[in-house]
Design a protein around this ligand. Structure first.
Ligand SMILES: Cc1cc2nc3c(=O)[nH]c(=O)nc-3n(C[C@H](O)[C@H](O)[C@H](O)COP(=O)(O)OP(=O)(O)OC[C@H]3O[C@@H](n4cnc5c(N)ncnc54)[C@H](O)[C@@H]3O)c2cc1C
Length: 601
């Protein structure tokens, strides 16, 4: 795999030009002083160096070596992981976007996302260790008591300890309402947690001295289903009064999974054998509290889709410029060579541009979501906070499921650009395919995200969340009316924006007669929505580029390429919405008519 190069120009384009982050930071008092343009630039540059020099070199070796569980239940991470984590902690990276009162740097979440992007593109498996800690920190920050914050949050923020998220059990993942882990109250105010959790990322490892598990379990007599689940902090080592680690808790790693990808991340079966834990948040409201964790994690997972597209694109682009095969159909382009580089062939360009469109569009979407998160967390105006929260809620399932699905497509295209060499391990392109697939599964599968979008977010709000977003798109289209250069983007976008509402009405009407219509339409609806959201963002990116060209720029080629990519997206990717529109209206009968026993052959 070619060396990872942080796409700093692209990051700057989205941060400064598309989303106007400097203005955004200046408008939020909590960030105005800390997230100054110089500071932001310095952090991104330092982060890029760390990811390129420390993480990328141990990506492929981490895949080959994987994690090892020893007889005593301890787990060793691949060579170099522990040392890289020590440097990460030394650099103060875990504390970037956390509150100053707990040792954080108080910087915005959206800046943390830029760092997460670079970490994830350089080495996703490694990035999951601090990634899960980040979610644990957010949960304790929002729902923990001041004592819990003092004991656990400060250690997580400093990076001395890491965190996990323990939801899944052998018999349930999507349906947490049927989980069985138990919590029984002890006389001292703590709880005894018993049960088995599976697939726990970073559940056991050698990178930090303590691991803080955030665990879902049921109290005795709790109501059945999701209304009877509580949330607990269960540390691997019980903390002493002075903050040092004390007695080993009764939680251990029973085994680690042998899996398709992300070999450098330990996926653990965790056994809780009466482990001591403490309640976070109110009894039986654990799932509500866990949503904080899950929402952070979902945006983080959405990022995996676009980082996968970026990593695969970087590899495929370098290869396509170098690899020679046949001559261009329109005449030789490199007559001095034995054959032309494959980048001259239209089909290779189709693959590269698809990757580029998803990578750059995905970055824009994830950063936009992170920008809303900044407002939700620190905005001063109640109405703005509410609007940002609604927009974030609407965008989260789309970003998570759509970007990971197209991220998988992009990594497959990366293999294809390499031909046979893509299938061979040494180039690293097949690793990206293997590493990325999980992103469509964990943090809620594509199917579950689609139900969340269409059912909970759209239909249950009588289409309000969709209308809020289509109003934003409509406003953009209206503002560009009469701009001839933008007509190629604005006309199809405006038509799509209207169709989106019409389709929602039709699906909603169908659902009133038969609830299966929701599940039957949902994934097509989600993919349609993803293409539409990216269409809006590509149109905005084209507008930024046109304005830059009109104003006069020394980077003419850069901005022209941006417009060309937008044109590619609108003419060759966006038409996929037609298929999804037709398919989502095909009706539940087309899926449900075959009786279960007739599936067999
Ligand atoms: C490598 C890896 C790392 C993971 N990390 C963690 C972790 O750190 N912490 C943690 O708690 N879990 C973790 N998980 C678990 C992961 O979140 C679950 O696997 C995921 O939520 C799906 O649950 P499941 O495997 O039980 O599948 P199931 O819930 O059994 O789903 C199987 C299929 O049925 C579909 N389905 C289920 N219900 C519906 C429905 N109502 N409508 C439509 N379709 C439906 C799903 O979309 C899916 O396609 C990890 C898993 C893996 C493999």
């Amino acid at each position: 795999m070619p060396d990872y190069k942080a796409p700093l120009r692209e990051i700057k384009f989205v941060m400064d030009e598309l989303l106007e982050m400097p203005k955004h930071y200046a408008s939020i008092p909590a960030y105005a002083e800390v997230a100054t343009p110089d500071m932001v630039e310095a952090i991104i540059a330092e982060g890029a160096k760390f990811c390129e020099q420390e993480l990328a070199p141990i990506n492929r070796t981490g895949d080959i070596e994987g994690c090892t569980r020893h007889e005593d239940g301890s787990v060793t991470t691949p060579t170099g992981f522990k040392e890289a984590y020590a440097k990460y902690v030394e650099g103060g990276w875990p504390s970037l976007a956390h509150e100053e009162e707990h040792g954080g740097q108080g910087l915005p979440e959206s800046l943390g996302i830029v760092m997460s992007e670079m970490v994830g593109t350089a080495n996703w498996s490694w990035g999951m260790y601090p990634g899960l800690s980040h979610g644990a920190m957010n949960t304790i920050e929002l729902h923990g008591t001041s004592e819990q914050k003092e004991t656990y949050l400060t250690k997580l923020v400093s990076g001395e300890w890491t965190g996990t998220m323990c939801l899944t059990e052998p018999h349930c993942g999507s349906d947490l309402g049927i989980l069985k882990s138990k919590a029984e109250a002890n006389a001292d105010g703590s709880y005894s947690i018993s049960g088995t959790k599976i697939f726990i990322s970073a559940g056991e490892h050698d990178m930090a001295e303590n691991i803080v598990h955030i665990v879902l379990a049921r109290l005795p007599g709790a109501p059945e289903g999701t209304k009877g689940i509580s949330l607990f902090i269960v540390p691997k080592f019980l903390p002493n009064e002075d903050g040092t680690i004390g007695e080993r808790n009764a939680v251990s790693c029973g085994s680690i999974e042998h899996k398709m990808g992300i070999h450098g991340n330990a996926t653990c079966v965790m056994n809780f054998d009466g482990a001591k834990g403490w309640l976070i948040g109110p009894e039986n409201k654990g799932l509500n509290c866990m949503f904080t964790f899950m929402n952070t994690a979902r945006i983080g997972t959405a990022l995996q889709g676009s980082t996968a597209a970026e990593a695969s694109f970087q590899g495929a682009l370098a290869y396509a410029k170098d690899r020679l095969a046949m001559r261009s159909l329109s005449g030789p382009k490199a007559p001095e060579k034995a054959a032309d580089p494959i980048i001259v062939h239209p089909d290779v360009r189709r693959m590269l541009l698809t990757q580029k469109a998803f990578s750059e569009g995905g970055r824009a979407l994830v950063y936009l979501a992170a920008q809303q998160n900044d407002i939700v967390k620190k905005g001063e105006d109640e109405a703005e906070r509410k609007a940002a929260d609604e927009l974030l809620g609407f965008l989260t399932p789309i970003a998570k499921a759509f970007l990971t699905e197209v991220g998988c497509e992009a990594t497959n295209l990366g293999v294809q650009v390499f031909g046979g060499h893509g299938f061979i391990a040494e180039w690293g392109m097949e690793q990206l395919v293997r590493d990325t697939k999980i992103a469509t599964i964990y943090e809620g599968t594509t199917g579950i995200q689609a139900l969340d979008l269409l059912g909970r977010k759209v239909l249950m709000t009588q289409g309000e969340s969709l209308k809020n977003f289509t109003k934003i798109v409509h406003k953009f289209c209206q503002a560009e009316e009469g701009n001839e250069d933008m007509a190629q983007f604005v006309a199809p976008l405006a038509a799509l924006n209207k169709e989106w509402g019409d389709l929602t009405m039709k699906v909603g009407m169908g659902a009133m007669k038969n609830r299966d219509e929701v599940g039957s339409a949902s994934v097509d609806y989600l993919m349609y929505s993803g293409y539409a959201v990216l269409g809006y963002l590509w149109a905005r990116m084209a507008k930024v580029a046109q304005d830059a060209l009109a104003a006069g720029t020394t980077e003419e080629d850069y901005y022209k390429a941006k417009i060309a990519t937008a044109r590619f997206y609108f003419t060759r990717i966006l038409p996929r919405t037609k298929g999804h529109a037709e398919s989502m209206l095909a009706g539940a009968d087309t899926l449900m008519d075959i009786a279960e026993e007739h599936f067999a052959f």
